[in-house]
Design a protein around this ligand. Structure first.
Ligand SMILES: Cc1cc2nc3c(=O)[nH]c(=O)nc-3n(C[C@H](O)[C@H](O)[C@H](O)COP(=O)(O)O)c2cc1C
Length: 390
């Protein structure tokens, strides 16, 4: 059993274990990947203020996200094709999350279906929907999520059109993987992954195949995806989705203060400041750099979460210090899952909680609600360097 002390350890094992096609799918951003890279490097620009001789006993990372108790303010982000990173991946990640006491968010584009995850877990999870054109399909998804007792709905609002990731096109990404000479040659070096995959029947998009009209297998799915996303999406439509769900609604993919104000006006309970992990608009600023402006615009009126670029408990601490009430992690948990299944997700969460707790202590704070910007040292122009060009 390898010794895991940081997220990078999990990433190394993940890279060895999972077929290249799925590693590349996670470990990439759109076009030049500038936003993808800056999501992490911008966290490094923020420094922490060391304080001493402060009572550090009785610390806790416990907090609340959309009214729900969490052992630390971190939710697992919705990640499509998680069940290709590890057999039954969504179920494994959801189990790790529930045992750890943090929310798991199931993507619409998951391999395990809503029902699969509900049957194999005990606590409610969150469900993520994309904004699709087909009302009947959307209403059925909402009803299925309700029947599965999902405790919050995450509506992803930053994917009317899809960002292009070069590697996915070159690799011919598909689920299950297409058998080409290159993919077969690569998969032959990933024997444990392949053997586990052979033992599960969950290898297609479980929420879609057999549920959306005309989609019966992987090949009809790709044409459905191209057609299904609503390019005409507007705030009225978002409000309609909000009103179809009678529990907490989280709008994910807000990166501009103006949009944050609109999210407030349609009655969202929370927003996730996010650029989709650098997978949508390449050239957009990092989420952490946009956070201060968004906090100024709506921070006292709506719960604000942040994702994109979090790879450590210190990153979580920085987002919380700038005012976020919660965070989401995508790749950091995928590395753990791909490396060692449920145990790897637990390892990823443990590493981040330890880093969060210890850094909080060294900054002289004992509780999440005590965090504020005064624990940070920040370049003068961190939030103001780039201004609207008018
Ligand atoms: C491989 C992968 C697949 C993703 N699939 C989805 C998805 O199906 N729905 C969604 O709302 N966001 C999706 N996202 C975005 C994540 O929810 C989240 O915003 C992002 O991963 C955060 O950045 P991080 O990976 O740097 O933590 C995906 C991200 C990755 C890396």
């Amino acid at each position: 059993m390898p010794v895991i002390t940081e997220i990078a350890d999990l990433k190394r094992i993940y890279k060895r274990r999972v077929p290249k096609m799925f590693y590349d799918y996670a470990e990439s951003g759109s076009w030049t990947e500038t936003t993808f890279r800056e999501n992490t490097t911008d966290f490094d620009l923020l420094k922490l203020r060391q304080r001493i001789a402060v009572d550090m006993t009785g610390r806790s990372t416990a907090s609340r996200m959309v009214g729900q108790e969490v052992s630390m303010p971190v939710a697992l982000a919705p990640v499509g094709l998680t069940g290709m990173q590890h057999a039954d991946g969504e179920i494994k990640a959801a189990r790790a999350a529930e045992k750890f006491g943090v929310p798991f968010t199931l993507s619409t584009m998951s391999i395990c279906s809503i029902e699969d995850v509900a049957e194999n877990t005990e606590k409610p999870f969150w469900f993520q929907v994309y904004t699709l054109k087909d009302d009947d399909f959307m209403k059925r998804l909402f009803a299925r999520a309700k029947d599965a007792k999902c405790s919050a709905l995450v509506i992803t609002v930053d994917l009317q059109v899809m960002g292009q990731r070069h590697k996915d096109i070159k690799n011919g990404l598909s689920a299950p993987p297409k058998l080409t000479p290159a993919s077969v040659a690569n998969m032959m070096t990933k024997v444990p992954w392949g053997l586990e995959m052979l033992q599960t029947k969950r290898r297609f998009f479980g929420n879609i195949v057999g549920h959306a009209k005309g989609v019966s297998d992987g090949s009809s799915l790709s044409s459905w995806v191209a057609e299904a996303f609503d390019q005409a999406l507007d705030w009225e439509r978002i409000k309609q989705f909000r009103d179809w769900w009678d529990g907490p609604v989280i709008l994910k993919g807000i990166l501009d203060p103006e949009d944050a104000k609109k999210a407030l006006s349609v009655g969202a309970d929370a927003i996730v400041v996010s650029n989709h992990g650098g997978r949508q608009l390449d050239g957009a600023l990092s989420s952490i750099r946009m956070l201060p402006q968004i906090m100024d615009a709506v921070g006292d009126k709506i719960e604000v979460h942040l994702d994109s670029g979090i790879r450590s408990g210190q990153d979580i601490l920085k987002a919380l210090a700038l005012g976020a009430q919660g965070t989401m992690v995508g790749r950091a948990f995928v590395y753990g899952l791909g490396a060692m299944g449920e145990k790897g997700v637990t390892e990823a969460l443990t590493v981040m909680q330890t880093e969060l707790d210890r850094s909080m202590a060294l900054c002289g704070r004992r509780r999440i609600e005590d965090l504020d910007p005064s624990i940070l040292l920040m370049p003068d122009d961190f939030a103001t360097r780039w201004k609207t060009a008018v």
